[in-house]
Ligand binder design. Structure first.
Ligand code: TMP
Length: 236
């Protein structure tokens, strides 16, 4: 599989076209941003961790019945994926209060939630990815009602699978963000990435943070946290 032209460069990934119109190559960078690009930096080796971890998770999820864009890992940083049209929604699931939920609602970080919380943000950097609800998504034509039902169903299923999986690695899955796309037949499939950039992972015993919050909050030990997640996943 060979890269032809660069079709998109985001904050953490490049996407390349290939000779097959239905296949693109995702190329993970070490660049890190936070607060909608306000904070910039590099996390050495992050691209490798995020590529390998995303692929590992996508393979597990596919086995459990969640369709994904994953096709084949090509190198440490590059993966062939199905070309999709991204649904402009950031789909967030929370098991424990943290981050923007703690801030917005005044709930201490680390407070267990009585049930998982599903949130949507409208993917729009100019607007700072504002939180919306189902009605906004439908009213704005971001997706159909059937698509939204499929997306919510998959999001909760991804949560169940990942909660159980990370528990065995002594990692609490606090929350995560996923994105979906429409494949060439219009089918909703899981896309983007699943990594320490897009999930909150806390060590189950010590509650030590093993994710991008270490970068967002200038806590130090950022590379070490990403490396530790690789090690626990057995993909280092
Ligand atoms: P939040 O608490 O800042 O809203 O973040 C919720 C989850 O979403 C957390 O696991 C980090 C992830 N996330 C992203 O993947 N991209 C983003 O741009 C933001 C703000 C959060």
């Amino acid at each position: 599989m060979k890269k032809t032209e660069l079709i998109y460069e985001g904050k953490a990934k490049k996407v390349w076209a290939t000779p097959d119109p239905d296949v693109v190559i995702v190329d993970y960078k070490d660049d890190a941003t936070a607060f909608n690009g306000l904070k910039k930096g590099t996390i050495a080796g992050k691209g490798v961790v995020n590529n390998r971890m995303s692929n590992h998770m996508f393979r597990i999820l596919a086995r459990e019945g969640v369709p994904t864009h994953y096709i084949e890992e090509l190198s440490a940083r590059e993966t062939a994926v199905k070309r999709v049209q991204i649904v402009p929604l950031e789909v967030i699931i929370r098991n424990v209060a943290a981050g923007s939920m703690s801030k917005r609602l005044g709930i201490a970080e680390g407070t267990a939630l009585r049930c998982p919380v599903l949130e949507y943000s409208y993917k729009n950097d100019d607007l700072g990815d504002p939180m919306i609800n189902d009605y906004h998504a439908l009213a704005m034509g971001l997706c159909t009602g059937d698509e939204l039902k499929t997306i919510a169903g998959y999001a909760f299923k991804v949560n169940e699978i990942m909660l159980a999986y990370f528990k065995k690695l002594n990692v609490d899955l606090i929350d995560f963000k996923i994105e979906f796309g429409r494949d060439k037949d219009g089918k909703i499939i899981l896309a983007d990435e699943i990594s320490p950039d897009t999930c909150r992972f806390w060590d189950s015993a010590t509650k030590e943070k093993l994710d991008k919050d270490r970068f967002r909050r200038d806590m130090g030990g950022v590379e070490e946290a990403y490396a530790e997640m690789m090690k626990r996943l057995g993909i280092n």
